[in-house]
Design a protein around this ligand. Structure first.
Ligand code: SF4
Length: 346
């Protein structure tokens, strides 16, 4: 019989396994939980305060299936792209992005993606499967180790903007974030975590109902349904009006921060009329702010990034209309680690 990954057990299930079949007192379950989630042990032998006999019993019944680092690429701007291998073979990618103020980990939620946004390299990879909660937390743990080693300090922020659509792996992403934020987990503040979605209205509303405490980003990139549907097919079933309604519900339930991510493409979405429509959209979503993202060309598609003067004019229009806009310079371009470039290359 295949041994179960112990990190897939809930706290209650772990307690049941220890106090039931293994006939252990309840505090042993607490000790094992502590090793798994606070100490990030990936080996029963490391659990030194457990009796040797119990360590072997656990190893007979359960396994650890951690991610391993397949390759690590370093950009000249300090960005590190890590390709992780899952226990059953597939590869996913995560990125450590250092800036003077932050050390951000960008992590993946799925192997591949089913949404086929036409500007995104991951969208050209078929969806193979969802990541499990420990596969999500492992990316953070391993990127955090790299941050500590290279910068002498831990991660400050986590963004779910790597491979896949987080809201299509809803349960596991939320369970992973619960482990990242729990006091008996990695204890990272939810305010420093952002989940980015291509826009699935029903699931955005569900985040509100579940009263999540993390921030939400919507990959917008266009301000009319017709144009957005052309580059993001998910828009055909999730119109801008539906998304705005869902974001309002999310905000009413959580008060969480909402950011529109907007990649400026040459000749596509960079006019002042586009900027004005973006201002109008922001007015319809409480507290909404905008991140302007520099586009990174990919082999599979023909988009180009905006010229600097158009970008400046676009941002100036947002600012004149009191929309908070930040420009996210592209990072790690030389190693295909920038937004939309993750495709297991390199
Ligand atoms: S942008 Fe996000 S949702 Fe769209 S294809 Fe890429 S990974 Fe999938």
């Amino acid at each position: 019989m295949e041994r179960q990954d112990i990190r897939l057990l809930s706290r209650e299930a772990l307690e049941q396994a220890l106090t039931g079949d293994l006939a252990q007192p309840r505090f042993r379950a607490r000790q094992v939980w502590h090793w798994i989630w606070e100490k990030q042990a990936t080996d029963f032998e490391a659990m030194q305060n457990l009796p040797a006999a119990l360590r072997s019993q656990l190893a007979e019944r359960f396994a650890f299936r951690p991610l391993s680092i397949e390759t690590e690429q370093h950009s000249e701007d300090g960005t590190v792209k890590v390709r992780f291998q899952l226990h059953d073979g597939p590869l996913i990618e995560g990125v450590l992005i250092p800036t003077p103020e932050r050390l951000t980990a960008c992590v993946s939620a799925q192997v591949g993606c089913s949404l086929s946004c036409s500007f995104c390299a991951t969208g050209f990879l078929p969806l193979k499967r969802n990541l499990t909660p420990p596969e999500i937390t492992d990316q953070v743990v391993l990127l955090n180790r790299i941050a500590e080693k290279r910068h002498g300090k831990p991660l400050s922020n986590i963004v779910f903007m790597g491979m896949g659509e987080p809201l299509l792996n809803y349960k596991n992403v939320l369970a992973g974030i619960e482990r990242l934020t729990a006091e008996d987990g990695l204890h990272i503040s939810a305010k420093r975590i952002t989940v980015s979605t291509a826009g699935i209205a029903k699931m955005i509303r569900r985040l509100g109902q579940d009263k999540v405490r993390f921030n939400l980003a919507l990959s917008l990139h266009h301000t009319t349904d017709e144009a957005r549907s052309r580059i993001m097919p998910i828009n055909e079933s999730n119109s801008l009006d539906a998304l705005v309604d869902a974001l309002n519900d999310f905000y009413a339930e959580t008060g969480g921060r909402i950011t529109f991510e907007y990649i400026l493409f040459d000749g596509l979405n960079e006019s002042l009329a586009d900027a004005e429509r973006l201002v109008q959209l922001c007015r319809r979503v409480p507290g909404a702010r905008v991140n302007i993202i520099e586009y990174n060309p990919i082999e599979q598609a023909d988009f180009k990034k905006s010229e600097a003067d158009r970008r400046e004019a676009f941002i100036a229009h947002l600012e004149e209309n009191r929309v908070t806009a930040k420009v996210r310079r592209s990072r790690g371009k030389d190693i295909d680690a920038a937004c939309g470039q993750l495709a297991n290359k390199g």
